[in-house]
Design a protein around this ligand. Structure first.
Ligand code: ADP
Ligand code: NA
Length: 336
């Protein structure tokens, strides 16, 4: 079992990024290893240039994301952690696959339609062809499994179509060049809402810093933010049905459950009938307890560029070693 997954390098990481994305990667790493498999995790920095971007921010966001991943439990000794730009085989294979991908296939991609909007003439060529880069990202490693959310199903289908057509056109049946990757639906990710408004997603784009718990927040800041979080005047219900229509309460209880590993029902059994005056300090303390080791490692690593660069360099070397045989086979099959 070989799993490949990419993440956009983004800065200003918060609790939503941790519970909604990064923690799932840590679980996948541990599950894969228990089954004798391996995960390749990459920062999608080559994808980032398909949209307008600031070069300096891309560099610092890539470092910040690596620091967060390692601080949260991605182990660069057990998983292969790297950024695309340092493994040129991704871009190389994309070009080779451009000969197989069809314009019609890419034209049907809903993300292309959504992101280009009405301004197709002004969109970058990379925005149009990045699903082919995504295909290269997984096909390069003979990947067997790719975790996909709803928004990525179509792109994985495309990768399979490209692999199948390439194998048909250029390889013999008993020696296919590419493995067809299987999709799997990862464990449902938590969706964390703003502390100031239970109907808005917790996001780095929210102008109010009080709306989110940042991975850089110290214990006092976390306690303050939880204390000031928006709530309603009712005590907590003792069952899930009692949370209906109470978005802020639902969010805080959900965060408690996600951090403690309990079910929502379990948390309500404990706190049902209590007011927020009692629940909030307990939530604050739980967050501080669980996030403190992550925060400490994150802040330390974030400032240590040479350590981060060493992690990426070593990951890129391992990734290149795995990628080369497939790339060679691709050139060969094409008569190049
Ligand atoms: P932001 O919304 O802060 O700009 P990004 O869009 O950069 O965050 O998201 C990076 C990753 O974190 C994505 O996988 C996204 O699904 C996840 N994520 C971001 N915000 C949340 C949230 N509030 N709850 C759950 N997951 C989130
Ligand atoms: Na966003």
């Amino acid at each position: 079992m070989r799993i490949v997954s990419g993440i956009q390098p983004t800065g200003n990481l918060h609790l939503g990024n941790y519970l909604g994305a990064i923690r799932n990667w840590v679980r996948m790493q541990d599950d894969a290893q228990a089954q004798g498999g391996q995960c390749l995790y990459f920062l999608a920095d080559l994808h980032a240039i398909s949209m307008p971007h600031v070069p300096g921010d891309l560099t610092s966001n890539t470092r910040e994301m690596v620091a967060a991943l390692v601080a949260c439990g991605i182990d660069p000794e057990r998983s292969i952690l790297f950024n695309q730009a340092q493994v040129p085989q991704h871009a190389e294979l994309q070009w080779l696959l451009n000969g197989t991908a069809r314009m019609g296939w890419l034209n049907r991609m809903t993300q292309w339609k959504d992101k280009a909007g009405k301004n197709r003439e002004g969109a970058s060529v990379a925005l149009f062809t990045y699903p082919v880069l995504q295909a290269a990202d997984v096909l390069l490693y003979q990947t067997t499994h790719v975790p996909v959310g709803d928004d990525q199903k179509q792109h994985l289908e495309l990768a399979r179509d490209i692999a199948q057509k390439f194998n048909n056109d250029f390889a013999s049946e008993d020696a296919p060049v590419f493995t067809l990757p299987e999709p799997f639906i990862p464990a449902e990710a938590a969706r964390i809402m703003s502390l100031r408004d239970g109907s808005a997603k917790m996001s780095k784009s929210d102008p109010s810093d009080m709306s989110r718990i940042n991975l850089t927040d110290d214990a006092d800041t976390i306690m303050q933010k939880v204390k000031k979080a928006k709530t309603d005047p009712e005590p907590l219900p003792s069952d899930k049905e009692g949370l209906a229509g109470r978005t802020e309460a639902t969010n805080l209880v959900g965060i408690f459950a996600a951090m403690s590993g309990e079910s929502v029902e379990g948390v309500l059994t404990r706190f049902g009938g209590e007011g927020f005056g009692k629940f909030k300090p307990a939530l604050g303390e739980l967050l501080v307890e669980k996030l403190a080791p992550i925060n400490q490692r994150f802040v330390e690593l974030r400032g240590d560029h040479s350590a981060l660069d060493a992690i990426l360099k070593s990951g890129a070397e391992k990734a290149r070693t795995l990628a080369l045989p497939t790339l060679d086979a691709t050139y060969n099959a094409l008569g190049l």
